[in-house]
Design a binder for this molecule. Structure first.
Ligand code: SAH
Ligand code: SF4
Ligand code: F3S
Length: 447
């Protein structure tokens, strides 16, 4: 490759989970420290970072069509952009991307992106490079502080996963479970609050596996971390995602009943409603143990809103096993949930299992499952009408004087009033829609 000019503008496109979005924001900040600015909306950028996701085939294939589009647009304007492929596809298929897509000059994995600026220097000099090392948590120390934070923001507390569900690529793309140290997290959370955060969502592929030593040398789990964060003045709300049923202990259940700042919302993926399928997935819970766990959470926090993830069409799933998933949804009454068609991922045990389910059957099951989830989400919203709660304003609505934010139960709430982004406003939930609530503000609450 020939040397090129230093890029002046960048665009980071994130395709994956919240951790992927978090990584995308950190990469943008790293590029900003180099004086590169975000490309204005609608304009081509000099440097494009494709921050990819490998979780399902559709997501992974997107990267190649995107590269093709960028090359075409670059040819049309007579100047090709520098292209970096980051994220979980980069980790899983780095060499393949380099071979298949000559237009890509940088491939950088999710644990190595703090080295993106150095790679960029080399790319500008005409050198292509791949960095998919997994140097534990080194990257966090090398990332710039966030000087400005939106009211609701994310903090990665843990990376990787040791669970090896048989369908999932995450243990391969993100590596083994690693917890960031307690003191680092408290420091970063305080800085985020100073920078404007009112709500922090603790992120990790498996946050319930977080553990660390507090300032007194005591071992703490997720609940200990939540309690310590709750003591930060100015921080109003704490959430966490994603957790695994196997790691949820008595302490985190109790924290939901005791820590006011911990929001009454729990995303606890179950994946399927048949014990045979759960076993084949290498999930360590049964339907009964999952439901019992939810009962304990609800006993600690009766208004807890529940969320989950589901896969339909796992290899060997029969119609009656799928119906058990529908029965589980009926039994729980989720406030929201995500559902996916099973996608065979290279290198995972399930990809070569017998009984792969036909696409049209998966389509049909997904539709039925989503109809059940949507029904329950609407019911949850209707049951919330009349409740008074705080809404954290995250952005303006379409019309003047209209504001959008989240209820404690993570519902989107819109309302009209005289307030500002970052305000916590007391609102009565006045009207329910399938995906959002209309609120009627009571009064702005002081910080
Ligand atoms: N660490 C989280 C999230 C993992 S990825 C957890 O364990 O819950 C998010 C969701 O994607 C998973 O919960 C699962 O429902 C879905 N998923 C993962 N691999 C998949 C695959 N091969 N096909 C379809 N859905 C998948
Ligand atoms: Fe994937 Fe299972 Fe780990 Fe979640 S717990 S990231 S689904 S292996
Ligand atoms: Fe996708 Fe990687 Fe997240 S595979 S879901 S971006 S951890």
């Amino acid at each position: 490759m020939k040397p090129t000019d230093n890029p002046k503008t960048y665009r980071v496109k994130s395709f994956g989970c919240q951790m992927n979005v978090y990584d995308g924001e950190r990469m943008a900040e790293l590029l900003a420290t180099r004086g590169i600015t975000p490309a204005p909306e609608g304009e081509d950028a000099d440097l494009v970072v494709l921050n990819t996701c490998h979780i399902r085939e559709k997501a992974a294939e997107k990267v190649y069509s995107d590269i093709g589009r960028l090359v075409k647009a670059g040819e049309a304007r007579g100047r090709k952009p520098l292209i970096a492929v980051a994220g979980c596809v980069a980790q899983a298929e780095g060499e393949e991307i380099m071979a298949r897509a000559p237009a890509v000059s940088m491939v950088v994995g999710p644990q190595a992106y703090h080295r993106l600026p150095d790679m960029l220097d080399r790319a500008v000099a005409g050198e292509r490079g791949t960095d998919t090392d997994m140097p534990a948590i080194a990257k966090f120390a090398s990332l710039p502080d966030r000087r400005k934070s939106p009211p609701a923001t994310f903090l990665t507390i843990q990376e990787g996963c040791d669970k090896f569900c048989t369908y999932c690529v995450v243990p391969y793309t993100r590596g083994a479970e690693i917890s960031r140290p307690f003191a680092d997290l408290l420091t970063e959370a305080r800085k985020l609050v100073e920078a404007g955060a009112r709500e922090i969502t603790l992120l990790g592929q498996n946050v319930s596996a977080w553990s660390g030593e507090d300032d007194k040398g005591h071992r703490q789990g997720l609940a200990g971390l939540v309690r310590a964060l709750a003591r930060i003045d100015g921080l109003a709300r704490i959430r966490y995602t994603t957790s695994h049923p196997a790691d949820m202990d008595e302490d985190i259940i109790a924290a939901h009943g005791e820590v006011d700042k911990l929001m009454p919302f729990l995303h606890l993926p179950v994946q399927a409603g048949s014990d045979r399928v759960l076993k084949a997935m290498n999930r360590s819970h049964t339907v009964e143990s999952y439901l019992k766990l939810l009962d304990r959470f609800r006993a600690a926090r009766p208004d807890l809103a529940l969320s989950g993830d589901f896969i339909v069409g796992f290899p060997g799933e029969t119609e009656s096993e799928f119906e058990q998933t529908l029965a589980l949804v009926d039994a729980v009454g989720y406030a929201q949930a995500f559902s996916f068609k099973y996608s065979p991922r290279p290198g995972t045990p399930a990809a070569t299992m017998d009984g792969q389910v036909a696409p049209d059957i998966m389509d049909e099951r997904l539709q039925r499952l989503q109809a059940a989830i949507n029904r329950d989400q609407f019911a949850f919203n209707r049951n919330s009408v009349g409740r008074t709660c705080e809404v954290l304003i995250e952005r303006r609505g379409k019309r003047p004087g209209q504001w959008l934010g989240k209820s404690p139960w993570l519902q989107s709430v819109w309302f009209e009033g005289d307030c500002a982004i970052g305000d916590l406003v007391e609102v009565e939930l006045a009207e329910a829609g399938p995906n959002s609530m209309r609120g009627a503000p009571r009064a702005a609450i002081a910080a």
